[in-house]
Write a protein that binds this ligand. Structure first.
Ligand code: AMP
Length: 270
């Protein structure tokens, strides 16, 4: 496994690689990331994983500073998975060039996390543009756990590059909680809370399949989650899978949630 730090290292290492799979991460790797890596290894000749906590996608400095970091453990995981390259760039290298033209989300895309985390997806798209330009992968593997991110990045990258975005299912623990690096920030009790919420929403989706008055059921669910779990909810909404337009039926749609347990913001979709 080669560790690459500088952009120059990337150019030298990848010059003869064809069909390269790229898995962008912010580290603190878990089985969700491992699944993406395994998919890349299956579908590509070589796999590169990046570990970069991108400052520009954090709309809150404290959130950025407290983001979990476990580089040593991550490298062990990647070695075991027999990843070919790990790219650990520094901020200066990624942001050495000024971008031409700001990234502006269309009004119709300013929903869910785009509405609640101002500048977040602009930061995500910018860094994905920079990473794709440096790495020039054939495929990028991304998780449905961050569904809105997946759709926005896919649209941008596939329009600008030949690179294809491959979407990968969300990996959950046995009790339906989506694996997330941020789960590490939760204490035992809060982890139980997050698990109960995930289970509840999983069953809620099945329940909604046979119902009509979805809007009022959603409102009731928001009230009950707040009351039973003492969480702050940014949104609990049903939106179409293909374009994230608001939906009044669960058909071809997903339930999206973003909520806080104390200061930890979690997102999921079902
Ligand atoms: P992150 O390190 O959180 O920025 O995530 C890096 C990539 O892993 C993104 O494409 C995420 O959507 C994906 N990912 C994170 N959690 C999971 C999960 N539980 N299952 C599948 N993919 C995931």
């Amino acid at each position: 496994m080669k560790i690459l730090i500088k952009n120059k290292d990337i150019n030298e290492a990848l010059i003869k690689v064809s069909n390269l799979g790229f898995v962008p991460t912010m580290g603190s790797l878990h089985k969700g990331h491992e699944f993406l890596i395994k998919q890349s290894k299956k579908k590509c000749n070589q796999t590169l994983v990046s570990i970069f906590i991108n400052p520009t996608q954090f709309n809150n400095k404290k959130d950025y500073l407290s983001y979990p970091k476990n580089l040593k453990k991550d490298l062990n995981i990647l070695k075991k998975l027999k990843v070919n390259y790990v790219y650990i760039p520094n901020k200066k290298d990624i942001y050495s060039s000024k971008r031409k033209g700001a990234i502006v989300l269309k009004k119709e895309n300013r929903v869910l996390c785009a509405k609640f985390r101002k500048g977040h997806f602009e930061g995500v798209i910018d860094v994905m543009d920079r990473l794709t330009n440096i790495i020039k992968p054939n495929k990028i593997f991304m998780g449905e756990k961050d569904y809105q991110q997946l759709l926005l990045v896919k649209k941008f990258i596939e329009k600008k590059y030949k690179t294809k975005i491959v979407s990968c299912k969300t990996i959950r623990n046995k009790e339906k909680l989506a694996l997330s690096s941020r789960n590490q920030l939760l204490n035992k009790q809060d982890l139980i809370k997050a698990t109960k919420i995930a289970k509840e929403l999983f069953h809620f989706k099945i329940f909604l399949k046979k119902r009509k008055k979805i809007k009022s059921l959603l409102q009731k669910k928001i009230v009950s989650l707040k009351k039973n779990f003492n969480v702050k909810i940014d949104y609990l909404e049903i939106r179409k899978k293909n374009n994230l337009k608001s939906s009044l039926s669960i058909k071809n749609s997903k339930i999206f949630i973003a909520y806080f347990i104390d200061k930890v913001r979690l997102i999921d979709n079902f």
